[in-house]
Write a protein that binds this ligand. Structure first.
Ligand SMILES: NC(=O)c1ccc[n+]([C@@H]2O[C@H](COP(=O)([O-])OP(=O)(O)OC[C@H]3O[C@@H](n4cnc5c(N)ncnc54)[C@H](O)[C@@H]3O)[C@@H](O)[C@H]2O)c1
Length: 356
């Protein structure tokens, strides 16, 4: 048996594939378009593992997906592939509609045709797991209860709207065609291999490079932070035992204001890599103009996942963030490769075509 992971050269997908191969003997086909966010350097530790088959391609390419599903007798698809950065979705929403909506549609159709042709246990055991975000639920008032799976969809950015649309497609393919799907909606992930355009790796990178640490608006936007390894364990759990057609929220039980996150990072860096002038990295904090339509608060109630499937995160914010800072300090070559754009030169050399 084999699983097909899409977007497995990105931040969460790469962590998932690495964790999977460390815990299962089952091979992984990894389909990734290698956009700017996809980096084969994330998968360097499994480059020689014969159970990992990397394929560069688009989830919307139905013929390619059909070939992979049939050729490897895939028993489950885990769909991470997406355009994922809110700021980029504001600058250029088209790619978000193309991959997150049209691409997911193409993937669902290819998977449905494959699943229709399966028989017996292969058919009943098949799963399509769609990875989505808490941002589909919109923004919460400071004291409102956390999002449950029943919360109305109120996406506010082109990114979250495109993810909401993909969630609806997945839901409809279950209700209309019986496709065996499960969806997970998770909060903000952090951990190794996080692209340095996102808050936590960006702050670490800028701090070490003596650059300002940009904080949007007043920095009081609240997010729930989930360590990526905990997210991967939740997905494995939902894949194994999630009820078909259901959605499961995944959260870290760690609500923090952005400014608090930045101050924590500064304090850990002050301890682990003190500045030569003895000052705190916090002196580099710089408040910048807020993002348009910036959601104020997301908080996730992951109680259903705990009650039904017995999952809880292992990391607290304090343990997870310390591990993360230590990983970035120990992997400055990776950061250098990403921030210099070298990883894209490699894609160009390898595939004769620049990353989109
Ligand atoms: N990072 C978070 O905090 C977070 C939170 C909630 C949900 N999610 C969801 O988790 C998933 C993974 O997020 P991430 O942070 O790892 O994203 P990412 O941007 O780091 O990685 C996305 C990957 O998908 C690939 N990709 C993009 N378009 C593709 C296409 N058309 N076909 C095939 N591959 C394509 C990219 O090359 C990249 O490797 C996304 O669906 C995202 O919406 C992420």
């Amino acid at each position: 048996m084999t699983i097909l992971v899409t977007g497995g050269a990105g931040f969460i997908g790469a962590n998932f594939v690495i964790d999977w191969l460390a815990q299962h003997s089952e091979p992984v086909v990894n389909l990734d378009k290698l956009t700017y966010a996809g980096n084969l350097g994330n998968l360097a530790s499994i480059a020689n593992d014969p159970r990992h088959h990397f394929v560069r391609g688009d989830i919307g390419d139905g013929a390619l997906v059909a070939r992979l599903l049939n050729g490897h007798r895939v028993r489950a698809v885990i769909n991470f592939a997406a355009e994922s950065h809110v700021d980029r979705s504001i600058d250029g929403p088209a790619a978000f509609i193309q991959t997150n909506v049209v691409g997911t549609f193409g993937l669902l159709e290819a998977v449905r045709a494959y699943w229709d042709g399966l028989q017996g246990e292969e058919k009943t055991g098949f799963r399509f797991l769609h990875v989505s975000t808490d941002e589909v639920y919109g923004s919460l008032a400071p004291t409102a209860p956390a999002f449950t799976e029943q919360h109305r969809y109120e996406p506010n950015s082109p990114y979250s709207a495109s993810k909401a649309a993909s969630d609806h497609l997945v839901r409809a393919w279950h209700h209309t065609y019986g496709l065996p799907v499960v969806t997970t909606n998770c909060s903000n992930n952090y951990g190794p291999y996080h692209f340095p355009e996102k808050l936590i790796p960006l702050v670490i990178h800028h701090a070490l490079a003596s650059k300002p640490l940009p904080v949007y608006g007043d920095g009081r936007q609240v997010r729930d932070w989930l360590y990526v390894g905990d997210h991967c364990s939740a997905i494995r759990r939902v894949l194994a035992e999630g009820r078909l057609g259901e959605t499961y929220n995944v959260g870290g039980c760690n609500e923090k204001a952005n400014i608090e996150v930045v101050q924590t990072l500064c304090a850990i860096l002050d301890e682990l890599r003190p500045r030569v002038d003895g000052q705190s990295y916090a002196t580099q904090i710089s408040f910048v103009k807020d993002r348009p339509g910036h959601d104020r608060r997301y908080a996730i109630d992951a109680g259903k996942l705990e009650r039904e499937l017995g999952w809880r995160p292992l990391e607290t914010f304090e343990t997870g963030i310390r591990k993360t800072v230590a990983w970035y300090l120990a992997n400055q070559d990776w950061v250098q490769d990403v921030t210099s754009g070298h990883y894209r030169d490699w894609v160009e050399r390898q595939y004769g075509q620049a990353a989109p």
